[in-house]
Design a protein around this ligand. Structure first.
Ligand SMILES: Cc1cc2nc3c(=O)[nH]c(=O)nc-3n(C[C@H](O)[C@H](O)[C@H](O)COP(=O)(O)OP(=O)(O)OC[C@H]3O[C@@H](n4cnc5c(N)ncnc54)[C@H](O)[C@@H]3O)c2cc1C
Length: 593
């Protein structure tokens, strides 16, 4: 059973990251810590009571393709209806677009709970918010009036149609065509791997499609963005005749079985009717709004499945009896959690999961400042920081989640490998997260080539500087908290050196920098997560002085110590790879690999 980690979420939002600035920034929606808590508590109830009971059954049944359309597993339609009725779809959509206008931070917490309870259900639903943002930014007033209200309420869902069989990471290769016809275009082409490209949850689907207008330049500069409704929209806004777009099959895959991954045919007959969003040939920049939202969301998927795996492994380790206590002292069998190695595995799962949460929520808070701060300079620096963090959140949280969910299986022993316990599903489901929305390799290219490259590392230096200032300012520490703090400071210093070396390599020979960009991304996640874990430990120590019996803070301190002593020591190794490991890749002969 999944239990929403409400205390932990409250701690991260209100104590670790101190969201008090949002009270002023979101005064229009009366933001307060209590208000945020009540929303998250309700989100937790929905996740536990409505979505979680469908997680294993949805995995077993899977989505089904039929000639009349794709059918989602039993219970999904009712769950989606309950989701929209409760207003969850509108949560963080801007009030100007008809949403509730809640901060990204709240949305992220709610997303975590929804993804943790049922990732396959929520992957489609979570895409709609990004689609709404993209349409709001690029659509004409008439287009907005036509489709936005129904998408905001969740009455219609939206999809993201980028990938084609020859154009995955490299969208410059895409071939889907758009031919002008009066006030619209006719779209011809095939898209693959489209999440919730067809389903029975809503009576219309708005596909956001990247295509090339006939005669457009080659490469990414010739790509435009269109919206293509599954069913045409009548003048009065009602759903009309079917458009020339069809799901021709769905994929059979490792995980998220309940999420239909569709091959979509556009224009098998006269051409699917589509409408241009924004100016011609500017499609990729518009689509980036949706992709950035989705990348953060995918990072949260990693966090959420790790939390699920941790909860289940921790419960299992308390009931499974094997062996004698360590050192053979006393009779057995004991609960396996008593064995040092099982304790170590659980601590490593907990420490990394909590670090992922701190990092993802931090990025969300920066986005809130980027959108709402009164001072333009503050907005600009918050945006630069959020954009810097997005590839780190996406890449590090998802790669780490694969490891954490795998460790969850290990804690179960053989029972983790059989499906009955559900431990394997968390790994199978989360495995896609480091692939879609840009693989880890693509995230690391973005981090090094764009995010560091464009300001010569200024945003990264500012982030490291702020974290160092905060940690150095911590006073009255016990030796335990001091050594956690010092380990994090050391990690940040190593990250700063590695960043300088990487920037130099990128300036001299980009190929060398890209040969170590994934280890660099891993270093960023490990160290930034460690700095936040250390800050959490310092806060926990102060709280324990006031309430020594509070086991929540005792656990924080214990987890922080593990992070400092067993996870952060990997940082100098990664930093060394970044500084001096590029040659072994750059000089390697591909014929000999
Ligand atoms: C379940 C599922 C759902 C999906 N949902 C959607 C969706 O809703 N909409 C949509 O448009 N797409 C979707 N996708 C597609 C997904 O985004 C792509 O699979 C992903 O971007 C990778 O593209 P690819 O599969 O073509 O792999 P490739 O691009 O062929 O990559 C293969 C390998 O090469 C590496 N590589 C490629 N180029 C570079 C480079 N320049 N530098 C370094 N390494 C590189 C990659 O990192 C990867 O390891 C989905 C895919 C799946 C499996």
């Amino acid at each position: 059973m999944f239990q929403s980690p409400l205390r932990e979420i409250r701690f991260v939002m209100h104590e670790l990251l101190d969201d008090s600035a949002l009270v002023k920034l979101y005064s229009d929606v009366d933001y307060s810590a209590e208000f945020a808590d009540s929303i998250i508590e309700e989100g937790g109830k929905f996740a536990e009571n409505v979505l979680e009971p469908l997680n294993q059954s949805g995995d077993k049944e899977g989505a089904q393709w039929t000639p009349r359309g794709v059918i989602t597993p039993k219970g999904f339609r009712e769950a989606y209806a309950a989701y929209t009725k409760a207003g969850w779809a509108q949560l963080s959509v801007d009030t100007k677009s008809g949403g509730q206008g809640m901060p990204h931070l709240i949305n992220m917490a709610v997303e975590e709970l929804m993804f943790a309870s049922n990732m396959a259900f929520y992957v489609g639903t979570s895409l709609v918010r990004g689609a709404v943002e993209t349409i709001s930014a690029s659509g004409s007033p008439q287009q907005l009036a036509q489709i936005l209200p129904k998408m905001v309420t969740g009455e219609w869902m939206g999809t993201m149609n980028l990938t084609e069989s020859q154009a995955g990471s490299d969208l410059s290769l895409l071939r889907t065509r758009a031919v002008a016809e009066g006030d619209h275009y006719r779209i011809f082409g095939q898209k693959i791997f489209i999440t919730y490209g067809d389903h029975d949850l809503t009576d219309n689907i708005i596909h956001l499609v990247l295509a090339r207008i006939d005669g457009a330049p080659a490469g990414t500069r010739g790509i435009s963005l269109f919206f293509v409704p599954k069913n045409l929209i009548n003048a009065d806004g009602t759903v009309g005749a079917p458009n020339d777009v069809r799901c021709i099959s769905i994929e059979h895959k490792l995980g998220i079985h309940a999420s239909p991954t569709c091959v979509m045919a556009f224009g098998e007959k006269d051409g699917a009717i589509g409408y241009l969003l924004g100016a011609p040939h500017t499609g990729l920049s518009h689509m980036f709004i949706m992709m950035n939202a989705a990348r953060l969301s995918v990072g949260v998927q990693g966090l959420a499945q790790s939390e699920r795996a941790l909860q289940q492994a921790s419960a299992w380790a308390r009931t499974r009896l094997q062996g004698k206590p360590a050192g053979g002292k006393g009779p057995g069998p004991v609960a396996i959690i008593e064995h040092p190695d099982v304790k170590r595995m659980l601590l490593s799962m907990r420490a990394r999961t909590e670090a992922m949460r701190a990092l993802t929520y931090y990025a969300a808070l920066e986005l809130d400042c980027a959108h709402r701060a009164a001072d333009p300079m503050q907005r600009a620096s918050a945006l630069a920081r959020a954009e810097l963090m997005i590839p780190i959140v996406k890449g590090w949280c998802t790669e780490t989640a694969v490891d954490v969910t795998s460790t969850g299986i290990q804690v179960h022993g053989g029972m983790g490998f059989v499906e009955e316990t559900g431990a394997a599903q968390f790994l199978r489901d989360v495995r896609i997260s480091s692939i879609y929305e840009g693989t880890t390799g693509i995230q690391s290219n973005d981090l090094v080539g764009r995010k560091l490259g464009r300001d010569r590392g200024a945003a990264m230096a500012a982030l490291i500087g702020d974290l160092l200032t905060q940690l150095n300012a911590a006073r009255a520490l016990t030796p335990a908290a001091k050594s956690i703090r010092n380990a994090a400071i050391e990690g940040l210093t190593q990250l700063r050196d590695a960043t300088e070396s990487l920037l130099q390599q990128y300036a001299d020979k980009p190929e060398r920098a890209l040969s170590v960009s994934v280890p660099y991304l891993q270093l960023c996640g490990l160290v930034l997560g460690g700095a936040l874990a250390a800050r959490a430990s310092v806060l926990a120590e102060a709280a324990l002085q006031k309430s020594p019996q509070d086991s929540f803070y005792a656990a924080k301190l214990q987890t922080g110590r593990f992070y400092a002593e067993q996870l952060l020591p990997a940082a100098p190794g990664l930093a060394r790879i970044v500084k001096s490991g590029a040659g072994s890749v750059a000089d390697a002969d591909t014929a000999l690999i």
